[in-house]
Design a protein. Structure first.
Length: 381
C-alpha cells in the first residue's frame, strides 16, 4: 500500500505537466486520429551512426548529400594569417565520430514551416554532445524527442540531448523557454535493465528513467499507441505486429524485472517506428533497430499509411548477425514491398548492404554519421 499514493501523485503531476505544454495536448486529444499530413521536404542530420563516410558521393538521385569532405564545417583562420590565400581550414576535430547507436535529427517542412524531431539519442552523452557541436547544429530547434525502444545504444545520449536543447532554448527564448520545453515521447514499458543471456546474464546499463528525463528539463509523454505530432507532420507507431516467421527478435534477449529476476525478452515489443509522408513520393519510415524485423516494420508502416506507398526505409535493419536464411527471406519480402530508397545504417551489417546493392541496384543510399541528407520531392526523380 505504501507505494500507491506516491504512484498516483506522480501520475497526477505528469498529467498536469503534460496539459501545461501545448506541444503535448495535440497528441492527447482522443479525437485526433493519427493521419499524416504531406510534407514538402525532409532533411535528416545523422548525429550518431556506427559508420561515417565523408567521401562517397550520393548513389541515389532522390537523396542529396555532400561528398569529398565538402560537408565538414570549415574553421576561419586567424586574421592576418598568410597561407597562400586560404582564409579557412578543414580541421579533423570538426568531423563527427562513429559510435554504436543511432540518433537522427529529422526536419519536415510544409508550406514553409519546419518542425524538428530527434529520433533516438545514440549510446553516450559525450558522443551526442560532441557530434552536435561538431555539426554546428542548433539543438534549440528540436521540439520532440522520440525513443524507438529501450536499449542504451538509442537512449544513452538522452539526458545530454535534453540539457543541450533546453540550454539553447533558454538562450534564445529567455523566460518563454519554460512553456516550450522539449517533449520526450517514450513507451511506458521501460525495463529496469535489459541484457543478453550468455554464460551468465549480461546486463546493459539502465536506460534513463522518466524522472531523470524530467529532471534534465523535458516534459515526458508516454504512449503505447499510434499518434501524430507537430501538426501531423510525424507519426509514431504503437507496438509493431509480428507476422513473419523468421523475424524473431534478439536471441538470448532478457529483461530484469521489478522482482529482481531476469526473464526472457527477445521480441522487444515496445519498439516503435516514426514516419513522414513526403509529397509526391510516399512514406519515409524511420526505424531504430528493427528488432521487430525490417519486413514487419515496413508492413506496419504501410498499414498505418492508409494507402500512401512506401518510399524509404531509414535506420537500423538489424541484420548484422542474421543467418544467411534470414537475410535471404528479408531480401525476398523487401523486394515485394518495393521501397524506392533504402537508407540502411546502424545495426544493418555490411553483408545485407552488399546484398542490397547487388539485388536492388540503384535503391540504396547508406546512412553515415555526420552527414546531412535531403530527400528530394521533385517528381522527375
Ligand atoms: Zn536495440
Ligand atoms: Zn540499436
Amino acid at each position: 500500500m505504501g507505494g500507491e499514493p506516491t504512484h498516483l501523485f506522480q501520475q497526477a503531476r505528469e498529467y498536469i505537466l503534460q496539459r501545461q505544454n501545448p506541444a503535448v495536448t495535440e497528441s492527447m486529444d482522443p479525437s485526433h486520429s493519427p493521419k499524416l499530413a504531406e510534407v514538402d521536404s525532409l532533411t535528416i542530420h545523422t548525429i550518431v551512426n556506427d559508420e561515417i563516410d565523408q567521401i562517397s558521393p550520393s548513389p541515389h538521385p532522390g537523396v542529396k548529400h555532400a561528398q569529398s569532405f565538402m560537408g565538414a564545417p570549415l574553421t576561419s583562420l586567424p586574421g592576418g594569417t598568410q597561407r597562400g590565400g586560404s582564409s579557412k581550414e578543414m580541421r579533423m576535430d570538426t568531423i563527427c565520430c562513429g559510435a554504436h547507436g543511432l540518433s537522427l535529427l529529422i526536419t519536415a517542412t510544409k508550406d514553409g514551416k519546419s518542425h524538428s524531431l530527434l529520433f533516438d539519442t545514440g549510446p553516450e552523452e559525450a558522443v551526442w554532445e560532441r557530434n552536435v557541436t561538431r555539426l554546428g547544429l542548433d539543438a534549440g530547434v528540436i521540439e520532440r524527442i522520440v525513443l524507438s525502444h529501450w536499449h542504451r545504444d538509442h537512449s544513452g545520449g538522452m539526458l545530454s540531448a535534453v540539457r543541450m536543447i533546453e540550454a539553447a532554448k533558454k538562450s534564445s527564448l529567455g523566460e518563454h523557454a519554460d512553456s516550450n520545453k522539449v517533449v520526450v515521447d517514450l513507451h511506458p514499458d521501460r525495463p529496469n535493465f535489459r541484457g543478453i543471456l550468455a554464460h551468465e546474464p549480461i546486463s546493459l546499463e539502465a536506460d534513463p528513467t522518466f524522472a531523470e528525463v524530467e529532471e534534465a528539463g523535458a516534459v515526458v509523454f508516454k504512449s503505447d499507441e499510434a499518434h501524430t505530432m507537430l501538426e501531423d507532420t510525424f507519426l509514431v507507431s504503437g507496438s509493431i505486429p509480428r507476422h513473419t516467421a523468421y523475424e524473431t527478435g534478439i536471441r538470448g534477449g532478457i529483461r530484469f524485472t521489478s522482482d529482481e529476476q531476469w526473464v526472457q525478452d527477445e521480441l522487444i515489443m515496445e519498439e516503435r517506428l516514426v514516419m513522414c509522408n513526403l509529397k509526391g513520393k510516399g512514406l519515409v519510415v524511420f526505424t531504430g533497430c528493427s528488432h521487430a524485423g525490417i519486413v514487419n516494420v515496413s508492413r506496419h508502416a504501410v498499414e498505418l499509411g492508409a494507402g500512401v506507398p512506401l518510399y524509404s526505409l531509414v535506420g537500423g535493419y538489424h541484420l548484422a548477425d542474421g543467418s544467411a536464411e534470414k537475410l535471404e527471406q528479408s531480401m525476398r519480402d523487401l523486394k515485394t514491398l518495393a521501397p524506392k530508397v533504402l537508407m540502411p545504417g546502424h545495426c544493418t551489417g555490411w553483408r545485407f548492404k552488399v546484398r542490397l546493392e547487388m539485388e536492388m541496384p540503384g535503391c540504396m543510399a547508406p546512412l553515415f554519421g555526420g552527414t546531412k541528407y535531403e530527400l528530394i520531392s521533385d517528381d522527375s526523380l
